[in-house]
Ligand binder design. Structure first.
Ligand code: 6PG
Length: 244
């Protein structure tokens, strides 16, 4: 089902004067709406090739499985270049790898992509930084939202939150130990290279983090900026938020 039309961009002033960036769209079926938005972005791409950066986590897995089943004929996957928003520093065939997740949930199912650019921790961040720099802009960056307010692998109190402004990609880890593995991640500057960021948020365990994003609280996910940012949430995650 196509979700409700995008809520108006919600600029909210909280006590710190910061604002939510982007529009909140509350839908019944996040994976279905995610798929529709990706198909829409693909058909509206300005160039022949379509570049998308994928995330990890169980919401992402459900979104990619749905995309694989709904977009098989609506997207020419030979025109899609696949990047990652973040990656765990494990082998690419490790069950915790975001590359492995995307292969299982999407790429092996659609059976094609023009190119995949996995993040390779053993190389360090610089080769990926160069690749993203050469790309210029992502058509889409897909992000999840952690209950602790992280997105990609930009964890609360982690070094990557204060990366040099010129860094698009860095290594990082969760100093509080709530999220496993050393990581490679896009920085906020790397995420800002997106024409469209879609953050998918599902489940009541994300309610507080989403509320804090809407309020403009100082949590990592609140710092996501790009040409356009859509917060795609289900009713369980958005419960209690004032209607736009
Ligand atoms: C990662 C992800 C991470 C994820 C969120 C949401 O590598 O762990 O990129 O940012 O998207 O933690 O994950 P869930 O959907 O599983 O809650």
């Amino acid at each position: 089902m196509i979700g409700a039309p995008p809520a108006p961009v919600r600029k909210r002033q909280d006590q710190s004067g910061s604002e939510m960036n982007g529009s909140l769209v509350v839908v019944d079926d996040v994976p279905a709406e995610f798929s529709e938005r990706i198909i829409e972005a693909y058909h509206g791409r300005p160039n022949d090739m379509f570049s998308i950066a994928l995330s990890g986590g169980e919401t992402a897995r459900r979104c990619y499985e749905r995309l694989a089943s709904t977009a098989d004929t609506q997207i020419d996957w030979w025109k899609v270049d696949v990047y990652w928003s973040d990656e765990r520093c494990v082998p690419l065939d490790h069950p915790d790898s975001n590359y492995f997740l995307a292969r299982q949930a999407l790429l092996d199912r659609v059976g094609a992509a023009n190119a995949t650019y996995p993040m390779r921790c053993e190389e360090g961040p610089d080769p990926y930084q160069l690749r993203v720099g050469e790309l210029g802009k992502f058509d889409v960056v897909h992000l999840g939202l952690g209950a602790d307010g992280h997105t990609a692998s930009l964890f609360p109190h982690s070094a990557a939150l204060n990366a040099d402004p010129g860094r698009l990609v860095v290594m990082n880890e969760d100093p509080l130990g709530n999220n496993p593995h050393r990581r490679m991640t896009l920085t906020f500057a790397g995420i800002a290279r997106a024409r469209l960021v879609i953050v998918t948020v599902s489940g009541e365990e994300k309610r507080d983090a989403l509320r804090r994003v809407v309020a403009g609280d100082d949590i990592p996910a609140s710092r996501v900026h790009a040409d356009r940012v859509i917060w795609l949430a289900d009713h369980a995650a958005a419960d209690g938020l004032p209607n736009p």
